[in-house]
Design a protein around this ligand. Structure first.
Ligand SMILES: Cc1cc2nc3c(=O)[nH]c(=O)nc-3n(C[C@H](O)[C@H](O)[C@H](O)COP(=O)(O)OP(=O)(O)OC[C@H]3O[C@@H](n4cnc5c(N)ncnc54)[C@H](O)[C@@H]3O)c2cc1C
Length: 307
């Protein structure tokens, strides 16, 4: 891991910075590249634009590691409201949630209750809920929540990270439950005993896991979301799908709002399925700094906004 990435991931967790950095106007301005605004109305307006271009969307309210279970109730209510908004506005939009926002640091049972309420409402409104994957110490319990929920609901997906050495066996272990998997490389700072440290290894594992999903996954009716902006990887995957006669409707691509927008357009023109994850909310600091860490050159953009 490069020094700048390590430093930025450290900044994303720093308490003083979390409170103070978001107050600067130039930082607020820079963050606009990655999110349309702080309110759900901003996300709805952006989703309408994407939908008009035949691009699906995923809504996620920023904020992680809340400080008590009352806050978890508010987040739960927020997502129940968002599902109603999506339905009433006829948007092509799903939702993506961090379990730490639903109380994971305090109570497994309460978190499960909250996510079940959201899954049930989504089911009623013909929608779909994705569970984000957070730091490695949450993985065991997140998978536990996912499997338990999946035994009750069919409209639930899970994010898995290719930087974790364990992911191949996690995926193999759940392949027979017809999972919906969103594969990402992974955004957090992880120790070397759990995560690949070389980008080459993370990338190769990403490709291996994708091939597994496009073979064993499809045989088991898995839903497959390939969430990356890595253009070389996207080409490799498209090539693999083509040479194995896997049609465009068997998998989808996911990207983040504001990143590789030209490629987003191209994928849709090529008949690929694409959804863009739209983040919104007031608590954007740790999430935003993780975006900077993914591409430290983004710092230049923040600095330019100072002037
Ligand atoms: C829909 C979606 C959901 C996600 N959910 C999770 C999750 O639940 N848990 C989790 O740990 N991670 C999540 N991530 C983040 C993910 O783990 C990666 O950190 C992120 O996608 C960057 O990796 P990459 O695959 O694009 O590849 P990289 O090799 O990191 O990047 C490839 C290229 O994409 C461009 N790029 C990548 N990131 C940026 C950026 N921030 N700004 C500008 N250009 C950039 C650059 O040109 C870079 O060279 C999610 C990503 C997406 C798209």
């Amino acid at each position: 891991m490069g020094l700048s990435r390590t430093a930025l991931l450290w900044c994303s967790q720093n308490k003083w910075m979390k409170t103070n950095v978001p107050k600067y106007a130039f930082v607020k301005k820079a963050v606009k590249k990655f999110m349309p605004g702080e309110t759900v109305e901003d996300a709805v307006a952006a989703a309408l634009e994407f939908n008009n271009k035949n691009i699906g969307t995923l809504f996620t309210q920023l904020g992680e590691n809340i400080s008590n279970l009352d806050e978890a109730d508010s987040v739960t209510q927020h997502y129940l409201d968002v599902l109603k908004i999506i339905s009433s506005q006829n948007l092509t939009a799903e939702i993506s949630i961090k379990l730490t926002q639903l109380g994971f640091d305090f109570s497994f049972d309460q978190t499960f209750k909250n996510i079940s309420l959201i899954a049930a409402k989504a089911k009623e409104l013909n929608n779909f809920v994705w569970i984000d994957m957070e730091q490695s110490y949450y993985v065991d319990d997140t998978i536990k929540v996912y499997k338990k929920l999946k035994s009750e609901f069919d409209n639930i997906g899970l994010c898995l990270q290719s930087y974790l050495m364990r992911t191949k066996s996690d995926l193999e272990e759940m392949i027979n439950i017809s999972p919906a998997i969103r594969l990402v490389k992974g955004a957090y700072m992880e120790p070397a005993n759990v995560a690949f440290k070389k980008k080459f290894d993370v990338d190769e594992n990403y490709f291996e896991l994708t091939k597994y999903m496009l073979t064993a996954g499809l045989e088991n009716n898995a839903r497959i979301a390939i969430a990356t902006h890595d253009l070389k990887m996207i080409s490799r995957i498209k090539e693999y799908a083509k040479s194995n006669n896997i049609s465009n409707d068997r998998f989808e691509f996911n990207m983040l709002y504001g990143i590789k927008t030209d490629e987003q357009k191209k994928l849709v023109e090529q008949g690929k399925r694409l959804s863009v994850l739209i983040s919104y909310g007031e608590n954007w600091y740790p999430w935003y700094v993780r975006r900077l860490a993914e591409r430290p050159a983004n710092i230049g953009f923040v600095i330019r906004n100072m002037f």
